[in-house]
Write a protein that binds this ligand. Sequence first.
Ligand code: ATP
Length: 263
Amino acid sequence: MIEQVQNPALEIHDLTVSYDKKPVLWGIDLSVPKGAIAGIVGPNGAGKSTLIKSVMGLVPLSSGYVKIFDEELNTVRKRVSYVPQRESVDWDFPASVLDVVMMGRYSKVGLMRRLRKADLEAARYALQQVGMEKFEKRQISQLSGGQQQRVFLARALTQQADIYFMDEPFAGVDAATEKAIIQLLKEMASQGKTVIVVHHDLQSVATYFDWIIMLNLRLVASGPTEKAFSQELLEETYGGKLTLLTEVGELMKKGQYPTREKQ
Ligand SMILES: Nc1ncnc2c1ncn2[C@@H]1O[C@H](COP(=O)(O)OP(=O)(O)OP(=O)(O)O)[C@@H](O)[C@H]1O
């Protein structure tokens, strides 16, 4: 089930990516509508992070192309924000919370311009949005995992981008933080921003995302969650190995699976 959309926020065409000549993504063709909150799901090693990295130009493409708002990445870079996996960052780097969030402004205003009072205000506002305003002077090495994730999100928010790519923003955060983050992402989407998130928890897919990308080396599905998030396609994506799949499938059959409308 692969639904293509007109005038998409993200378009990926015939994308193949290999590491050491071994393909990890194969012939991916998909598009994501503007204003969607899209989840990328698939088993470990399915190529989810690689998909985001290839969109961000961080890994070379063996074939294909990526367009964001119908443009090459370099043309629209200021409209794009990327939140990498928390583990991929050196959190021992000596910087305060405010420093890190202010760094987000550089991608908006350009490296050559000095940051102004308005940038400081934008950074503080972003910290408020993620409930971290009291921590602005704290060294980032002295934060918990969930607090680091919030700071990361605040940094992304200050970029005031139109499309956000986030690699597992809920990894290692507590339930309250996860709720706060998803609320914020939904607000962003309701303002027309497009949010694309690598996600692991299948139980929350239907409540979090209105678009779903199911991946396992090849693209299994890309479409509205209510159409694409089916037992059959889940089995195709995960090879039917997870017992969770059966549980999710049973709930869906009984009509008990939560949907965004019911939330
Ligand atoms: N820099 C790299 N060099 C070589 N192989 C890599 C590299 N990065 C990832 N891989 C391999 O590419 C495949 C896809 O990795 P990727 O991190 O994109 O998967 P993922 O779906 O995000 O996995 P996970 O759910 O475990 O985070 C895996 O087999 C991984 O071992």
